[in-house]
Ligand binder design. Structure first.
Ligand SMILES: *[C@@H]1O[C@H](CO)[C@@H](O)[C@H](O)[C@H]1NC(C)=O
Ligand SMILES: *[C@@H]1O[C@H](CO)[C@@H](O)[C@H](O)[C@H]1NC(C)=O
Ligand SMILES: *[C@@H]1O[C@H](CO)[C@@H](O)[C@H](O)[C@H]1NC(C)=O
Length: 680
């Protein structure tokens, strides 16, 4: 009797447990629905307690020096502008030290600047060695022009020396917008400077919008001591607070300036932050000793790709309707679960007590099948019901992308991996395998074993009668199409990073004898930190009999498609521009630019002048190289990675377009470019 009691208790416990899970998942869905479309805070933090390369081996990578600037081991590591380590005329020099990656400081969708906080210590030095130097060149010794904290749109412009503080230069057209806080030690009445010891706030102009007399707050910038500045900007309130005091002292209780300031007209989405300084006929060394920077930008986590039906997303976003339906269906589900579980418990109880009646001497029949917890991230098989409920019965509102291979839905799981993307392959796609669907299953399982930071993790699969589904992690920032061809302009540095990320992902896949088979802009996603991850695998199998041959053929096709992808990213153009795939083919166009030696013109103009065009053309060359015939110099992905990281010289392209390059015209179908690119 006691034992059957035990079985009953156990059933009751599992019932309560499952009920608990159901209720939780219902809650979970609610919160996801409510937060869908809302913004998330992306924090970026830079910290340089000093600028000693011994303490920070990545220093030369993280800090980009431009013009006359040097990282010196003096003062336990500091940035010095100008660079007087060589015997040069110390007058009329300008330099910059910029953090090498761009930082998202503006949200173009809400037109809101990011909030940031920065503090740094600096010192203006006119020491004896400078004096000796300066004297040789007849320079006066009462101080250089000053130092600025700058927010600039690129990482290669150096501003003008002298009173320009290295902040702006002649070539700076209207496109070049900079925000600066200057610590100015010269009085230039033509720029409205009040004295030779002031702090100024500059918005796109060398003439400050606000100046502060540093003597008023008891600071003498030129006294040779180490000063510390604190700048706090609140993007939502559009408010700035600047404080200045001696290094080592407490945070000054009184701000040097505190007031409203809208910097948004001077920001692009991505900006570079750092410092600039200059000398004029008067000279001094500007030392930057430490720097701490934190920004919080609001990223709206829902960037619709153009393939997504936008109206659907908007409907999905209007919460109330969806939520009430959701809630009723959840309560219904809970009710059903209770009924089923009660029945199961009763049957179990009955069955067990009967069995005990038959053989009362055997050890208690504890259920053997305990629910064994599985590691949450291990790819696994899903049931069709699980995926159906995750995607609200493959509801239209859940559709993310649809193409000839199938439809991808957004789903929400209750088992730990919360948001997923579920690709349900079309019947035509599955049927095209005929009886060979086992190969497809094998391929999917092989891919799911691969982990790489630039590959979207595959969470699992489902093979159910005629259905084949694949479950991926959901990528909240959407695919590259939305960023490349949508609102706003993706800056060059970011594009270059995306290309490198994708090349590394492919190289890794190929090293495992696998291929992606669907390389295109819509298969590349950006994660929350804007790293590119490659997903949406093709799983297309060529008719090649041997597996090894199949994988080799597909890998070469991947390289070809990667080449086209590179052209799309650099040129900011779709492969086929017209509505029905008309218009000039990007590949043909890019080759003709190469023949005419006008590749610079193929670089996306939307990026403005802020492109490292030499680098962009080199990347374009790599893209074209990938589209060459296999036996005429198409590289492997491993080689491409080396070209991109400058470890290997990019080979010369043939002077003109090889004739047999474009034998295909198909734009749709399972093998867009694939079969055609591979079987040449
Ligand atoms: C984001 O940060 C702002 C302050 O900068 C804060 O008011 C807001 O609540 C934060 N939002 C989230 C989702 O954390
Ligand atoms: C700098 O030079 C002056 C003389 O020109 C000398 O008196 C002073 O001690 C020197 N300072 C340092 C730190 O060497
Ligand atoms: C700056 O402040 C100092 C000390 O308060 C004062 O003597 C000087 O006249 C001020 N200069 C200007 C231009 O206001």
């Amino acid at each position: 009797m006691g034992s059957s009691y035990y079985v009953f208790l156990q059933s009751l416990c599992s019932f309560i447990f499952i009920l608990f899970i159901l209720v939780e998942s219902a809650d979970d869905k609610k919160s996801v629905t409510a937060s869908a479309g809302s913004a998330t805070n992306v924090t970026k933090h830079l910290f340089f307690p000093d600028f000693s390369s011994a303490n920070n081996p990545r220093l030369t990578h993280d800090v980009k020096l431009l013009g006359s600037a040097i990282i010196s081991e003096e003062k336990s590591g500091c940035v010095q502008i100008p660079d007087l380590s060589q015997q040069v005329d110390p007058r009329q020099l300008a330099g910059r030290a910029i953090h090498s990656s761009p930082i998202r400081l503006f949200d173009p969708f809400t037109q809101t600047p990011a909030s940031f906080e920065t503090t740094f210590s600096f010192q203006f030095q006119t020491n004896n060695s400078t004096e000796i130097f300066a004297a040789g060149y007849g320079a006066e010794l009462d101080g250089g022009s000053g130092l600025t904290f700058i927010i600039v749109p690129d990482e290669f412009t150096v501003g003008r020396p002298g009173p320009w503080l290295g902040m702006l230069n002649d070539a700076c057209d209207e496109d070049y917008k900079a925000v600066a806080i200057e610590f100015d030690t010269r009085q230039n009445p033509e720029f409205g400077d009040p004295n030779d010891n002031h702090v100024g706030i500059n918005l796109g102009s060398i003439v400050s919008t606000t100046t502060i007399n540093a003597s008023d707050i008891g600071v003498d910038l030129k006294d040779g001591s180490v000063h510390r500045a604190w700048i706090t900007y609140n993007g939502q309130m559009r408010h700035i607070d600047v404080r200045l005091g001696p290094e080592g002292d407490k945070y000054p209780s009184k701000p040097a300036f505190s007031g409203p300031l809208d910097i948004s007209p001077f920001l692009k989405e991505y900006m570079f932050v750092g410092f600039s300084a200059s000398t004029g006929n008067h000279t001094q060394i500007h030392n930057l000793l430490s720097w701490n920077f934190t920004s919080i930008s609001q990223a709206s986590l829902r960037v619709p790709s153009d393939e997504t039906c936008e109206s659907k997303i908007i409907i999905d976003n209007s919460e109330d309707g969806g939520m009430s339906i959701n809630r009723t269906s959840n309560s219904f589900m809970i009710f059903m679960a209770i009924v089923i579980l009660l029945l199961a418990a009763l049957i179990c109880y009955y069955y067990n007590s009967r069995r005990r009646g038959i053989s009362s001497n055997t050890s208690p029949a504890l259920p053997d099948k305990k629910q064994r917890p599985r590691p949450p991230n291990k790819p696994r098989r899903f049931s069709i019901t699980e995926l159906s409920s995750a995607t609200r019965c493959f509801g239209e509102l859940q559709i993310l992308v649809a193409d000839t291979r199938g439809v991808t839905y957004k789903g929400t799981m209750s088992n730990g991996c919360k948001n997923v993307a579920v690709t349900r392959f079309s019947t035509e796609f599955v049927n095209s395998y005929g009886l060979d669907r086992r190969r497809l299953a094998k391929e999917i399982k092989a891919i799911s074993k691969i982990r790489h930071p630039n590959l979207v993790p595959l969470r699992g699969w489902c093979f159910d009668r005629n259905e084949v589904l694949v479950v991926y992690d959901f990528m909240p920032n959407g695919n590259l199409n939305g960023w490349l061809f949508g609102v706003g302009v993706l800056p060059w540095t970011r594009r270059f990073k995306v290309i490198k990320d994708v090349a590394e992902a492919l190289s890794h896949l190929h090293s495992k004898q696998l291929a992606h088979k669907n390389v295109k802009t819509s298969s590349v996603f950006l994660d929350v930190s804007f790293r590119a991850v490659l997903g949406d695998f093709g799983f297309v199998l060529s008719s090649a009999e041997s597996e090894r041959f199949e994988s080799a053929v597909s890998q070469r096709a991947d390289v070809f498609e990667f080449g086209v992808f590179v052209l799309e990213v650099v040129a900011g153009r779709r492969r086929r521009s017209g509505p029905d795939g008309g218009g000039p083919d990007l590949l043909e166009w890019a080759w003709s630019m190469h023949e005419r030696d006008e590749k610079v013109k193929a670089v996306d103009r939307k990026m403005g002048s802020v492109v490292n065009s030499e680098q962009a053309v080199r990347v374009l060359d790599i893209g074209l190289l990938c589209t060459l015939n296999e036996n005429r110099g198409r590289p492997s992905m491993e080689e491409v990675v080396e070209f991109l990281s400058l470890e290997r010289q990019v080979p010369e392209l043939p002077p003109s377009r090889p004739v047999s390059l474009f034998p295909y015209s198909s734009t749709t179908g399972l093998c867009s470019g694939y079969s055609c690119a591979s079987f040449k």
